[in-house]
Design a protein around this ligand. Structure first.
Ligand code: AMP
Ligand code: ZN
Length: 113
Protein backbone atom coordinates (compact mmCIF):
# COMPACT_ATOMS: atom_id res chain seq x y z
CA UNK A 1 0.00 0.00 0.00
CA UNK A 2 1.84 3.07 -1.26
CA UNK A 3 0.16 5.74 0.80
CA UNK A 4 -0.16 3.88 4.07
CA UNK A 5 1.71 5.45 6.99
CA UNK A 6 2.07 2.16 8.85
CA UNK A 7 3.27 0.26 5.76
CA UNK A 8 5.98 2.94 5.48
CA UNK A 9 6.89 2.47 9.15
CA UNK A 10 7.11 -1.31 8.66
CA UNK A 11 9.33 -0.76 5.60
CA UNK A 12 11.59 1.56 7.63
CA UNK A 13 10.82 4.53 5.40
CA UNK A 14 9.42 6.43 8.38
CA UNK A 15 11.22 6.06 11.72
CA UNK A 16 9.62 4.35 14.70
CA UNK A 17 10.67 3.00 18.07
CA UNK A 18 10.38 -0.73 17.48
CA UNK A 19 9.45 -2.93 20.41
CA UNK A 20 9.01 -6.23 18.55
CA UNK A 21 9.23 -7.66 15.04
CA UNK A 22 8.96 -11.05 13.40
CA UNK A 23 7.96 -12.39 9.98
CA UNK A 24 4.29 -11.59 10.47
CA UNK A 25 4.03 -8.60 12.77
CA UNK A 26 5.65 -5.30 13.76
CA UNK A 27 5.20 -3.41 17.05
CA UNK A 28 6.34 0.11 17.94
CA UNK A 29 5.67 2.85 20.45
CA UNK A 30 2.75 5.15 19.79
CA UNK A 31 3.96 8.67 18.97
CA UNK A 32 1.21 10.16 21.17
CA UNK A 33 1.11 7.81 24.16
CA UNK A 34 -2.07 7.64 26.21
CA UNK A 35 -0.41 5.69 29.02
CA UNK A 36 3.17 5.30 30.36
CA UNK A 37 3.46 2.29 28.04
CA UNK A 38 1.53 2.53 24.75
CA UNK A 39 2.59 0.51 21.76
CA UNK A 40 0.87 -0.61 18.57
CA UNK A 41 1.00 -4.13 17.12
CA UNK A 42 0.39 -4.51 13.39
CA UNK A 43 0.22 -7.27 10.83
CA UNK A 44 2.97 -6.62 8.26
CA UNK A 45 0.40 -7.39 5.59
CA UNK A 46 -1.70 -4.34 4.83
CA UNK A 47 -5.20 -4.97 6.18
CA UNK A 48 -7.31 -1.84 6.30
CA UNK A 49 -9.22 -2.56 9.50
CA UNK A 50 -10.70 -5.31 11.64
CA UNK A 51 -13.74 -5.00 9.41
CA UNK A 52 -11.63 -5.92 6.36
CA UNK A 53 -10.28 -9.17 7.81
CA UNK A 54 -11.16 -12.54 6.36
CA UNK A 55 -10.53 -16.18 7.34
CA UNK A 56 -7.07 -16.14 5.70
CA UNK A 57 -6.01 -13.59 8.31
CA UNK A 58 -6.72 -15.95 11.20
CA UNK A 59 -3.06 -16.92 11.62
CA UNK A 60 -1.74 -13.39 11.93
CA UNK A 61 -4.64 -12.28 14.15
CA UNK A 62 -4.06 -15.16 16.54
CA UNK A 63 -0.32 -14.55 16.42
CA UNK A 64 -0.79 -10.92 17.48
CA UNK A 65 -3.06 -11.88 20.37
CA UNK A 66 -0.62 -14.54 21.54
CA UNK A 67 2.41 -12.22 21.31
CA UNK A 68 0.93 -9.22 23.13
CA UNK A 69 1.47 -10.69 26.59
CA UNK A 70 5.15 -11.35 25.86
CA UNK A 71 5.76 -7.84 24.53
CA UNK A 72 3.82 -6.36 27.47
CA UNK A 73 6.10 -8.23 29.89
CA UNK A 74 9.20 -7.07 28.01
CA UNK A 75 7.91 -3.50 28.33
CA UNK A 76 7.69 -3.92 32.11
CA UNK A 77 3.92 -4.18 32.40
CA UNK A 78 3.17 -6.29 35.46
CA UNK A 79 -0.30 -5.30 36.60
CA UNK A 80 -2.52 -5.71 33.54
CA UNK A 81 -3.11 -3.73 30.40
CA UNK A 82 -5.73 -2.60 27.90
CA UNK A 83 -5.84 -3.89 24.30
CA UNK A 84 -7.93 -1.80 21.91
CA UNK A 85 -8.74 -1.95 18.22
CA UNK A 86 -10.37 1.16 16.80
CA UNK A 87 -12.39 0.28 13.72
CA UNK A 88 -13.94 2.66 11.21
CA UNK A 89 -15.27 6.20 11.70
CA UNK A 90 -17.34 5.56 14.82
CA UNK A 91 -14.51 3.51 16.30
CA UNK A 92 -12.25 6.57 15.80
CA UNK A 93 -9.77 4.72 13.59
CA UNK A 94 -7.41 7.33 12.13
CA UNK A 95 -4.79 5.13 10.42
CA UNK A 96 -6.26 2.65 7.97
CA UNK A 97 -3.88 -0.23 8.64
CA UNK A 98 -5.17 -2.63 11.28
CA UNK A 99 -3.40 -2.13 14.61
CA UNK A 100 -3.85 -3.25 18.19
CA UNK A 101 -3.22 -0.59 20.84
CA UNK A 102 -1.64 -1.93 24.03
CA UNK A 103 -1.70 0.44 27.00
CA UNK A 104 -0.24 -0.20 30.42
CA UNK A 105 1.33 1.07 33.63
CA UNK A 106 -1.73 3.06 34.61
CA UNK A 107 -5.23 2.21 35.81
CA UNK A 108 -7.73 2.32 32.95
CA UNK A 109 -11.37 3.24 33.25
CA UNK A 110 -14.43 1.86 31.53
CA UNK A 111 -16.26 2.74 29.35
CA UNK A 112 -13.77 4.54 27.08
CA UNK A 113 -14.81 7.95 25.78
P1 AMP B 1 -6.11 4.92 15.62
O1 AMP B 1 -6.77 6.20 16.03
O2 AMP B 1 -6.62 3.73 16.36
O3 AMP B 1 -6.11 4.76 14.12
O4 AMP B 1 -4.62 5.03 16.12
C1 AMP B 1 -3.57 5.52 15.35
C2 AMP B 1 -2.44 5.72 16.31
O5 AMP B 1 -1.27 5.89 15.57
C3 AMP B 1 -2.59 6.96 17.21
O6 AMP B 1 -2.57 6.56 18.57
C4 AMP B 1 -1.38 7.80 16.84
O7 AMP B 1 -0.82 8.48 17.94
C5 AMP B 1 -0.43 6.78 16.25
N1 AMP B 1 0.52 7.29 15.30
C6 AMP B 1 0.27 8.10 14.24
N2 AMP B 1 1.40 8.36 13.56
C7 AMP B 1 2.39 7.69 14.20
C8 AMP B 1 3.80 7.56 13.99
N3 AMP B 1 4.43 8.16 12.96
N4 AMP B 1 4.50 6.81 14.86
C9 AMP B 1 3.89 6.20 15.91
N5 AMP B 1 2.57 6.28 16.14
C10 AMP B 1 1.83 7.01 15.31
ZN1 ZN C 1 -0.57 -0.41 5.45
Amino acid sequence: MEDCLFCKIIAGEIPSTKVYEDDLIYAFNDINPQAPVHFLVLPKKHIESLDATNPEDAEVLAHILLKIKDIAKEQGIVNGYRVAINCGPDGDQTVKHLHFHVLGKRKMSWPPG
